[in-house]
Write a protein that binds this ligand. Sequence first.
Ligand SMILES: [Zn+2]
Length: 271
Amino acid sequence: MPELPEVEVTRLSFANRIAGAQVLGARLGKPLRWPLGGELETLRGRTVLGVRRRGKYLLIDLDQGLMMLHLGMSGSLSFSLQPPEAGKHDHFDLHTTQGVLRLNDPRRFGAVVMVSGEQDPVAVKLLGKLGMEPLTTGFDPALFYEGLHRRQAPIKQVLLAGDVVVGVGNIYASEVLFLSGIRPTARAAKLSRPRVRKLHQAICDVLARAVQRGGSTLQNFSNADGEAGHFQLDAMVYAREGLPCKACATPIRALRQGQRSTFFCAQCQKP
Ligand SMILES: [Zn+2]
């Protein structure tokens, strides 16, 4: 599943190249997760102003309206001057004067949604509950502490919920909790300020590193299924049940939280 760093790497891969382009037309294949919310025809003649990201949504600003794109479980985007003929998993093409943006999505949990802007009720419904953006200066340790302090759930589940901070998916959650020495089952509200500060730093470091590294491994995740991702290659705890902790050699333990697998070192990570 593409996580926030992969979505950001995707954005960086075409944002500059598509900016300023005029839309020549669009093609929709099989239905995606949500309805398009408008007529493809209305896209013709629009100008692409730029591409932003909010959580795992790519926001393509047009001179009139906004196109929201989500990669779902298995989606990937390409932007090229002359793409091959659309294959059976290519479900959306945006033809522009500067190239063709194509969504390939075998499982079709991805989405393309046209809205009038970020204030559109559909956009508000999709984006309104998203937490802070971890790769921006708006992700402030004090605000993060306040957000966590209101939550009684285990910290791992609060991170995955994405309403305090976005972008910490299942693999990243296990990793950042290891790096900050916090047991995944610890209650979010009980974490002290110094521990939250450590967690905040780990999230910033891990996600920024993943984006930096992402460019060269784009292919890996775009074809990946489930939770396979390039980050696993050097994971400290994720998917390492029974293997010695890289810091203290204690066997890594696994547990289920909210139907998701969690990995941790009982020695390095305190409740
Ligand atoms: Zn350890």
